[in-house]
Structures are given as structure tokens and as C-alpha cells.
Design a protein around this ligand. Structure first.
Ligand code: ZN
Length: 221
């Protein structure tokens, strides 16, 4: 089964009295590790899934009623910035771990406290990832050595980042669309549109400098 494929995995349900699993799709991340995807018609809030969509789980093959099922067993405590597996979960219901990710250097509960605002916290992670990327995605810790076989790209895939610019697939599609429009505006020498699209790309990514040069190369008419 190639990495990246989607396959049916089974998520244990809580508070059902007997062991019950909800089948859903998981993205194969290699080594029996999968990212949980939501199902179309099931509400994980209604059913109390042990592992929510978006989490990364290690699965085990088990025979249940004569069928071989891939059952989610444990959630991997991943750094939400770089995807490095932590010793303890960065955040639980009790709060932050206060640990520093040795890979990207973020400290949970300090760098990402965001006044308790979960949306703001996600923005902090994105920004931290961009800075880590811009700095060459180096291993952060001086005291803890780089693990053998360290693969930063595989790590990033675990947290849903599938290219090297720190963007998710959706973000990348948005930017690709904007860049298409930008190229068209440049061909038509429409500087106003170019400037407008530049700001749009700037909002969507931290990668606007390259195309900013193109705007400057087109003199005002
Ligand atoms: Zn990290």
C-alpha cells in the first residue's frame, strides 16, 4: 500500500458499553501510521470517537468477527508545527505540556498560549512553520542530537503539510490560482491587477517577495 493512499480504518467509540468501531478513511503515512479523515455522514462529536479527524494514529490489524480490520490504537503526540513526535502530548484537556519541541523550538503553553484562543493558536503554528521553513528547516535543539534517519518532510506530511513551503494542499491550490491570474495580468500589462493580486498572495503566503520583483519590473503606464 503506497504512502498517501486512503484506506478504511476503524476508530474505537467511547461510552457504547461494548467495543464498537466507526469505519472511516485514513491517509496512509507509512509504518502503520494514518491521518484520520472525517466520514461524510457521521458526527464525531455525536458519537464520541476515541481519535478525532485530523489526528494521526498508529493502527494494528486485528481479526474481528472473521474480518481483518485496521484498528486505530494510539494517537501520536505530534508537534502541530513540524510534526515531530513528542514524548507527551503538547496539549491535553488539562492544558499545555510546557515542553519545547526539539525539532522546531516551539514551547507549548508559552509560544502558543494565544490567550486560550484555539484559532489564534493555529495561526501561530502556521507562522512558526513558515519561519522554520525560511530558516532552512534545521533541527532546533543543541542539547538533543538529530535522530537517526530524521525525515522532516515525512514529519510534515503527518501534520497535513505536503510540500516544502509550509502550506497545506488547500492553501497551495489557492495560491496556484492567484499566480495564474497574476501571470495573466502581467501578460496584459495590467499593473493595477498585478498589485491587487500581489496583496492577495501576500495574505495567503509568506512567499510574495519573488513576484513583488515582477511588479517592480513593470513600470506604471
Ligand atoms: Zn516542532
Amino acid at each position: 500500500m503506497p504512502v498517501g493512499n486512503k484506506i478504511t480504518i476503524y476508530i474505537p467509540l467511547r461510552n457504547e458499553g461494548v467495543p464498537v468501531w466507526r469505519p472511516t478513511l485514513g491517509v496512509d503515512l507509512g509504518g502503520d501510521v494514518y491521518r484520520v479523515l472525517p466520514t461524510e455522514h457521521c458526527d464525531p462529536g455525536d458519537e464520541e470517537w476515541e481519535f478525532l479527524p485530523g489526528s494521526v494514529v498508529r493502527c494494528q490489524r486485528e481479526i474481528n468477527a472473521g474480518e481483518l480490520l485496521l484498528i486505530a490504537k494510539t494517537a501520536l503526540p505530534l508537534c502541530p508545527v513540524c510534526g515531530y513526535e513528542q514524548d507527551v502530548p503538547p496539549w491535553t484537556e488539562d492544558g499545555a505540556s510546557d515542553e519545547i519541541c526539539p525539532c522546531c523550538g516551539i514551547q507549548f503553553g508559552y509560544s502558543d498560549c494565544a490567550g486560550g484562543d484555539a484559532n489564534k493558536r493555529q495561526k501561530i503554528y502556521k507562522e512558526w512553520r513558515r519561519k522554520w521553513y525560511a530558516g532552512g528547516m534545521e533541527w532546533w535543539s543543541k542539547g538533543q542530537p538529530v535522530p537517526a534517519g530524521w525525515d522532516r518532510y515525512e514529519q510534515l506530511r503527518r501534520v497535513g503539510v505536503e510540500n516544502y513551503s509550509g502550506m497545506t494542499t488547500n492553501e497551495r491550490l489557492v495560491v496556484a490560482g492567484l499566480l495564474d491570474k497574476f501571470d495573466r495580468a502581467a501578460r496584459n500589462r495590467n499593473r493595477a491587477d498585478m498589485v491587487f493580486l500581489l496583496t492577495q498572495v501576500q495574505l495567503a503566503t509568506g512567499e510574495a517577495e519573488r513576484i513583488a520583483d515582477t511588479v517592480l519590473a513593470h513600470p506604471k503606464q
